[in-house]
Design a binder for this molecule. Structure first.
Ligand code: FES
Length: 135
């Protein structure tokens, strides 16, 4: 797991109105493996990053089925990722649930780009559970 503090990331830029922030060097993300990123030491702020057939994908790391933070450790099959807990399956490219028989909820997808040996993601908005709103 890589821990980052959103407010301390200084390497950032804007493309077409979208704010991108530095995530990690390109050589930290290997083909066919998932990586877990935690922001602000908040377990509800997590991303999963994958490189598949040379391209990068970034999704929420928290499965909407039982709120488990295991998407990074899922099984990659073709362009799909299956949660290792109970097998809900999502598109790597869109985060959409690809098996409506399992459930209808999807993963949030984030833009991710590689530039000059570095990986950047769009400034992430996280889905914070409703039960936390009153805390
Ligand atoms: S927690 Fe992911 S499928 Fe159940």
């Amino acid at each position: 797991m890589t821990k980052l503090n959103l407010s301390s990331i200084k390497d950032r830029f804007v493309i077409e109105g979208k704010d991108y922030i530095f995530l990690c060097p390109s050589n930290k993300i290997y083909e066919g493996k998932g990586y877990q990123f935690l922001f602000d030491d908040d377990l509800d702020k997590q991303l999963a990053v994958f490189r598949r057939q040379g391209r990068l994908y970034c999704l929420s790391n928290i499965c909407p089925h039982r709120h488990q933070d295991k998407i990074y450790d899922g099984i990659i099959d073709d362009m799909k990722i299956s949660c290792p807990e109970h097998g809900w399956t999502y598109s790597l490219e869109t985060g959409k649930n690809v098996n409506p028989l399992q459930g209808l909820r999807s993963l949030r997808k984030y833009e991710i780009i590689e530039k000059e040996g570095k990986i950047y993601i769009e400034y992430p908005k996280f889905d914070i559970p409703k039960w936390r709103e009153n805390i």
